[in-house]
Design a binder for this molecule. Sequence first.
Ligand SMILES: Cc1ncc(COP(=O)(O)O)c(C=O)c1O
Length: 423
Amino acid sequence: MRTEWAGLLQSLPRSSFAATGARVDDLLRSGEDVINLCQGNPDLPTPAHIVEALRTEVLDPVTHRYPPFSGLLELKNAISAWYARHHGVRLDPETEVAILFGAKAGLVEISQCFLNPGDVCLMPDPAFPDYWAGVILARARMHPLPLRRSNGFLPEYDCLDPAVCERAKLMFLNYPNNPTSATAPREFYEDTVRFAARHNVIVASDFAYGALGLDGQLPVSFLETEGAKEVGVEFISLSKTFNMAGWRIGAVVGHRDVIAAINLLQEHYYVSLPPFIQRAAIAALTGPQDAVRQLAKTYERRRDVLLDGLEGSAWSLDTPRSVFAWLPIPPGRGGSVAFADELLSRAHVAVAPGRWFGEHGEGYVRVSLLAPEDRLAEVARRMADLPIPATTTPHHAPQHDPHHAPQHDPHHSPNHSTKGTLS
Ligand SMILES: Cc1ncc(COP(=O)(O)O)c(C=O)c1O
């Protein structure tokens, strides 16, 4: 039997998070007190009324049958009502909403739907790494949109090569941002709509953290901007909003052609999601929202514990507005992959090195706030106390890190284009 993988599959990156997870498990098995803040996996349970709804729905035999191919209309109604209530955005449930196996599935599918081999996709850098897979599967190319702290981690459209803009067909955006935790102001989305309309680019706005407004500030949805629905779509997720990451449910809303394309692709992959999950999602979206507000407060308290704990240490950071803290690595600590490695080996704290999210993530680590306050206080203590090693590489020096496999890196992918190299 010949079992060598098809070239396309071989070109997909392996998850760096899985490798760190395995190291954490090894350390835990050997009795170490490891605190794992590497992944973005919510640590708190789904609110009881949603679990109760699932219990009830799964007893109804109708939910044991195949659902309609594109999902339950009642759920699409609930999603459009949620957008109207929270963002004043009007959506036609039948044509402008598609249900997803988590936002992640749609964020991969959209590239498969619209990119042909050689097409260009504008990719924030740093970015949530899952976007890369769809671009690789479409044999398309990525062009980086650097997100710099000096510009509030927003892309600078004016700095883009006009030739690249003309070749670009799709672009990803994500605010509140993973990994930087930055949020986007309304004016940025106005610029985005103008940019996308001028260059005929489809905007894929990832709003997975959009419902968790910290400090009483509900994040702005891209779709609130006039003209947004004519140039793109937005992805939402129930994973973080309702601690439902394991339930695998999200949605994409907006431009009807994009929705139709994603629905067609999904018709061939799945017959929509289990109906009892879809019905429980209706309960989540239409039921009481106190748990969402409480969750935001919980993250605020956790963030403040981390900030207070690091105060006066070598660490400095902007106030995170999401479930991640994006920490610039203090001088003298080496590159992000080596530093995260050191933090795990010496302080038993697992964080995600910025380099995993792209070239411009170098010099940072991402710390998730997905642990109780006492554990975050302990993390801050351990990080502040970490002695500076005698010999280190400055974090801005070129990295040759053995722990960073090149296949995780979009900039080392043969599909990735850099400015001036577009053929
Ligand atoms: C920015 C971002 N988008 C999308 C997702 C995936 O969401 P879902 O669980 O709905 O697939 C995540 C999950 O961590 C994320 O961080």
